[in-house]
Design a protein around this ligand. Structure first.
Ligand code: SF4
Length: 329
């Protein structure tokens, strides 16, 4: 049985499941779901420890993106209600300060762009320096597809981690985005790795992909050996091409959490967007006792998440220390 194999291979030896094995986990019957989550939790405790990493994100440029990612309310090509806005440097520093006060160790600057132009690079240059001078927190960036020169500059600025999501399996990506390719995203991730920044690479599940493609995605992510994987579940936004898709079944989402943890025993697996909708109130608890070991506090760019204090209270009730707090207490 796949969970017995996983216990020996992943829990004992720390070797992630391969594609066929991930498929088996994704197809487990409901009666075995709790067992799969329990094993994923054991794997996470064994290979990552009990700490939960907390991260805050801020958007310096929201909406008006020229790309056509079919899930995204920030694309300027769809009739979605997100307006293009920009954030100034003092507001950015204040957001970093508030994020650090929650115990978060990472603060990610995000922009809805295909890739940064010179104006955005100048803003990031100034913003990263201002945050480093005023707040004790790691700065991460998510600015889309990078040129080598831009990636080099971010590394020199001391950007700790770079986020760029593969979003979907290679075979499904053309159904999700037509204005750039999966390979362009992959190339940026390789640059980030080569230049010594931590690689954060996530995905969105529930976009109409098959179970086979979900397994394909898990092993493509694992092949990157990412430091962090933010796991999103599609929140179908009105006006986007995926606006009419059904919300992913909660049990399938939990199966996916367990399967992704078993494919990537050592990575930081982060709950990102859409989890409230897909999993409801119980989702956070089942996730962090089923393989998840990081959360985002505050809002998820365009849709409201939970109050950060609810998440922090939950971690306290589960005796899971927040990384930064456990270092300072
Ligand atoms: S590149 Fe990013 S911001 Fe732009 S449409 Fe795609 S997901 Fe949205």
């Amino acid at each position: 049985m796949i969970l017995d194999v996983a216990r020996e291979q992943v829990l004992e030896r720390g070797e992630g499941l391969d594609e066929a094995q991930v498929r088996e986990v994704l197809r487990l019957p409901d009666e075995l779901l709790d067992d799969a989550l329990a094993l994923a939790h054991e794997v996470r405790m064994r290979w990552c420890g009990p700490e939960v990493e907390v991260e805050g994100i801020v958007s310096v440029k929201t909406g008006g993106c020229p790309e056509d990612c079919h899930f995204c309310a920030q694309s300027g090509r769809f009739e979605s209600p997100v307006r293009a806005t920009r954030l100034d440097i003092p507001s950015l520093v204040e957001a970093a300060r508030q994020t650090a006060a929650t115990g978060a160790t990472e603060f990610c600057i995000v922009a809805a762009v295909r890739g940064p132009d010179e104006r955005l690079m100048a803003q990031v240059r100034e913003g990263v320096a201002a945050i480093h001078a005023a707040v004790d927190i790691n700065v991460a960036c998510s600015l889309g597809i990078l040129t080598r020169a831009q990636a080099e500059e971010l590394a020199e600025l001391g950007v700790h981690r770079y986020n760029h999501n593969l979003e979907a399996a290679r075979s499904y990506f053309p159904e999700v985005v037509t204005t750039h390719t999966w390979e362009e995203r992959w190339d940026t991730l390789m640059l980030v790795r080569e230049l010594g920044m931590e690689v954060c690479c996530g995905c969105i599940l529930g976009m109409g992909e098959t179970v086979e493609q979900r397994a394909e995605l898990a092993v493509q992510l694992a092949a990157l050996d990412p430091d962090e994987v933010p796991l999103n579940f599609l929140d179908p936004r009105p006006g986007t091409p995926f606006g009419d898709l059904e919300v992913m079944d909660g049990r399938d989402a939990l199966r996916a959490i367990a399967a992704f943890r078993l494919a990537m025993p050592r990575t930081v697996l982060r709950f990102a967007g859409g989890r409230e909708l897909t999993l409801g109130d119980l989702g956070a608890r089942q996730g962090v006792t089923g393989g998840i070991n990081a959360i985002i506090v505050g809002n998820y760019l365009t849709t409201l998440g939970r109050d950060p204090h609810e998440d922090l209270d939950l971690l306290a009730s589960l005796s899971m220390p927040v990384k930064a707090l456990s270092q300072t207490l």
